[in-house]
Write a protein that binds this ligand. Structure first.
Ligand SMILES: Cc1ncc(COP(=O)(O)O)c(C=O)c1O
Length: 500
């Protein structure tokens, strides 16, 4: 790390974003030969700690270097210098253009990050506020695991996952009508990793993948990173447009379809049971694999039927992904897959290649947490907390949003999807709202071409009741103002956090 001492970032007065300063400093080090071909750049967290900057600053700087061909990423290993100083003539040098035309002007929001200050009303994050995390209970099970398993808790865990945890999860999902064997369960370090290893195990460059439009940004990023061609299918109030689905299966012969049938991200809609059954029939007809991302079905308030597709899948065509991030603690990075038998080997190999195994200590603690029944109490507690917010959010949207703002109210989950009157851009609303200390997720983030849309997502996961009322009233009045002469917003560089 010593050589990185020479990087001097101006955090106070410079008008240039920190990630651009860092990018330039690293580029100079490569071109001057301080960093040589094959040298490994420090891991993101290490460098961000060392320079006392946000992780995103380092991620963004590395990305520009990668786009310029100065560094390359080796999956699971790190970022390496690709070119030597003597090769500098051949280095694609479009930094000026890149910085002026793109990065300087495109706010971080376009790259999926929001700027967050302490007192902001955060409708952008679908992640629960940390004060809802069951820290004391989890501390107790962690201690118990350490007393019981001692060093074993810190050894490598089997790649498929700690066996007793898989048994416990098998029991847990049987309540949701998913009946499987522990051998079909794969523990993952969060649903994001689940999506990633499925893509790693199944996709080759140029393969087609079908998704909903709009869809989850993190999944699109994974498929893109594999070189897949992503085809989107319009989402209706009760699920995918089936005609379009069938046509696209025939035209593109996709490797799989990725969907979130319950409380979809970002729209909050749930597929009707009828559509779920039809999709299963279509999958059987075309032998189509479906990746079902169940990141939130536990938070059901009013849906009569929030069955998972997996529970309807009799032909082992659905790869089921379960995340605990939204109802438990995202930082644990724990989730699981139910994998069709035909794919178990590919998935296991991809998991092994990615991180060998998910933390054994945390898997053991979660198993104990489930076994002791604390999990059930916690889910009930989260349901209560969220139900109240959900009701207030619903009431405020109905009461305060201008009449020409459109929405379909969800029956559960944490996301509300709204549409501004035609001609108004949600990005413009975002820029104005930021100045009023309110953030949300503009709709363009969730569409394939990132096009500017009038849609936007409001999440209630990280806001309290008072903030909801104040925030929705304020947003409503900003929309009313936007309907009058136009305002232009400006975003101050600050702390950025990913929209998840
Ligand atoms: C639809 C969806 N899938 C997956 C994830 C990632 O979840 P995890 O934290 O379990 O990796 C998110 C996070 O917001 C999400 O919204």
């Amino acid at each position: 790390m010593k050589i990185f001492n020479q990087i001097k970032l101006d955090k106070e007065s410079s008008s240039q974003h920190l990630y651009i300063q860092l990018y330039k400093a690293l580029k100079d080090m490569i071109l001057e030969g301080t960093l040589k071909k094959g040298d490994r750049l420090p891991p993101i967290r290490k460098l961000s700690d060392f320079l006392e900057v946000n992780n995103v600053t380092v991620v963004s700087a590395y990305r520009i270097l990668e786009e310029e061909g100065l560094v390359y990423k080796r999956i699971g290993s790190g970022t390496y210098v690709a070119a030597d100083s003597y090769e500098k003539e051949s280095i694609k040098n479009y930094s000026q253009e890149l910085m002026e035309d793109d990065y300087n002007q495109a706010p971080m929001i376009d790259q999926g990050h929001i700027q967050l200050e302490e007192d902001m009303i955060n409708f952008a994050s679908a992640t629960p506020s940390p004060n809802l995390f069951p820290v004391d209970d989890f501390k107790k099970v962690l201690n118990e695991v350490l007393d019981r398993d001692k060093g074993l808790a810190f050894g490598y865990q089997e790649s498929q996952g700690y066996y007793p945890l898989r048994v416990a999860l098998k029991e847990y999902i049987s309540i949701y009508d998913i009946h499987t064997e522990e051998n079909n369960i794969q523990i993952i370090s969060g649903a994001q990793q689940g999506i990633d290893i499925i893509a790693k195990g199944m996709l080759n460059y140029g393969d087609y993948v079908l998704i909903e439009s709009p869809s989850y940004t993190g999944a699109m990023a994974v498929f893109q990173s594999r070189g897949a061609k992503i085809i989107d299918i319009p989402l209706e109030d009760d699920g995918l447009n089936l005609e379009s689905l069938e046509k696209k299966i025939i035209t593109y012969q996709p490797k799989f379809l990725y969907i979130m049938p319950n409380f979809q991200n970002p729209t909050g809609i749930s597929y009707s049971l009828q559509k779920k059954s039809k999709i299963i029939k279509i999958a059987e007809k075309y032998n189509l694999l479906i990746v079902e991302d169940d990141y939130l079905s536990d938070l059901n308030f009013y849906a009569d039927d929030n069955k998972t597709l997996k529970s309807l899948d009799k032909n082992d065509l659905v790869i089921y992904i379960k995340s605990f991030s939204k109802i438990f603690m995202p930082g644990l990075r724990l989730g699981f897959l139910v994998v069709p038998k035909a794919l178990s080997e590919e998935v296991l190999m991809a998991k092994h290649a990615t991180d060998i195994s998910t933390s054994g200590l945390l898997q053991r603690a979660l198993q104990l947490y489930l076994q002791k029944g604390i999990w059930k109490q916690h889910i009930r507690y989260m349901e209560e907390q969220y139900r109240e917010r959900f009701e207030i959010m619903t009431k405020c949207i109905v009461e305060f949003m201008p009449e020409n703002v459109e929405y379909t109210l969800p029956k559960g989950g944490v996301n509300f999807w709204l549409k501004l009157p035609d001609g108004l851009s949600s990005k413009e609303l975002y820029e104005i709202a930021v100045k009023e200390n309110i953030v949300f997720a503009p709709g363009n983030l969730f569409f394939l071409n990132n096009k500017n849309t009038s849609y936007f997502r409001l999440s209630m996961a990280a806001v309290d009741n008072k903030e909801i009322e104040y925030g929705i009233k304020k947003l409503s009045s900003l929309i009313n103002n936007l309907l009058k002469p136009k305002n232009k917003g400006y975003i101050q560089p600050n702390q950025y956090t990913p929209i998840l």
